[in-house]
Design a protein around this ligand. Structure first.
Ligand code: IPM
Ligand code: MN
Length: 348
């Protein structure tokens, strides 16, 4: 019996999560696994009502689950930064989700903005370090508000943090039969941080002679993701670069409607989420694309060991994209949010 915590969150988050759970329910009947869910009403409304973003007791409870499914957070009445730092990043850090795994895969029948590129060209995975770098929150102000104020934001890169991320990436390549691992960095300018990354990358690589190692500066990687996405197999990178290039990745795979990710601590509770935001203007309209959340659910089942169920959901998503949906964007799918969930569940 898997214990799954659900955080529907804000805006369209609850609609997304509903469809994700609908498909998980259908998969559990077909593949014979059982689970129970517990929902946590965290997010903008919770914060506005209670004045607290994430009570420590809930954080403790979350550690007791096998997995967490998150909808989206972001509320128009809450100042940017409060929910991001207090909820999403807080959970990532406190539960030590040191990997953010973001597959970039174009399914047949899905439109990509890249001319002359198809599903055979766009199929790679970004492994983003998820607990350090510029996200560590190290820095501060000096003389704030004065004409000569100073703002410092430091990138924290620990040998342990970098190495466990790199080793996860190598292991991932082996398990998924991926042949090439590209380190995405900026060794020409960030000569401390990426010096460490680069040394650790080539040292760890000695233990994985079967994996080809490659390096690209983040600006060049961004260019190639557009020009030659077929060059990439698995990309490993730091927190900030990973944040940026995965939005680019989401766009070339068909948009935020389909992009999903996992916040992982291998062997421990992990959290799965659609990459897109809470899109408040679409909330409650039954028009957003739930495939990202459904895909996040599939990633969650894979993490729980329900490999067949996970693969079946991915296959259904691919089929629905190819045979049914007119477009992947909100309101243009040719179906409502709940109908898309039904289609995936039925085609399992
Ligand atoms: C993401 C998001 C978050 C991030 C924000 C909401 C804090 O953009 O998951 O990529 O920057 O990591
Ligand atoms: Mn992001």
């Amino acid at each position: 019996m898997y214990k799954i915590a659900v955080i529907p969150g804000d805006g369209t988050g609850p609609e997304q999560v509903n469809e994700g759970l609908k498909v998980i329910q259908a998969a559990s009947e077909k593949f014979g696994f059982s689970y129970r869910t517990e929902s946590y009403p965290l997010g903008g409304n919770y914060y506005l009502q209670k004045g607290e973003v994430l009570p420590p007791s809930i954080l403790e409870e979350l550690k007791q689950f096998d997995a967490i499914l998150l909808g989206a957070i972001g509320h128009p009445d809450v100042k940017p930064g409060i929910l991001e730092k207090g909820l999403l990043l807080k959970i990532r850090f406190e539960l030590d989700f040191y990997i953010n795994l973001r597959p970039v895969k174009l399914y047949p029948g899905v439109e990509t903005p890249l001319k002359n590129k198809g599903p055979g060209d766009i199929d790679f995975v970004v492994i983003r370090e998820n607990t350090e770098g510029l996200y560590a929150g190290s820095g501060g102000f000096l003389r704030k508000g004065t004409p000569n104020e100073i703002a410092v934001q430091e990138s924290i890169n620990t040998r342990l943090g970098v190495e466990r991320c790199l080793r996860f990436a190598f292991e991932y390549c082996c398990k998924q039969q991926r042949k090439k691992l590209t380190l995405c960095g900026k060794t020409n300018v960030l000569t401390y941080a990426f010096d460490l990354w680069e040394r650790a990358f080539y040292e760890a690589g000695k233990d994985y002679p079967e994996i080809d190692q490659d390096y690209g500066h983040v600006d060049a990687v961004s260019m190639w993701m557009v020009k030659n996405p077929e060059w990439f197999d698995v990309i490993v990178t730091d927190n900030m670069f990973g944040d940026i290039i995965t939005d680019l990745g989401a766009m070339i795979q068909g948009g935020m409607g389909i992009a999903a990710g996992g916040n992982l601590h291998p062997g421990r509770v992990s959290m799965f989420e659609p990459i897109g935001g809470s899109a408040p203007r679409y909330a409650g309209k039954n028009c957003i694309n739930p495939l990202a959340a459904i895909s996040a659910g599939a990633m969650m089942l894979d993490h729980l060991g329900e490999i067949k169920a996970s693969a079946a959901i991915e296959k259904s998503i691919a089929r629905i994209c190819n045979e049914k949906l007119e477009d992947l964007s909100a309101g243009r799918m040719g179906y409502s949010t709940s109908q898309v969930g039904d289609l995936v569940a039925e085609s399992l």
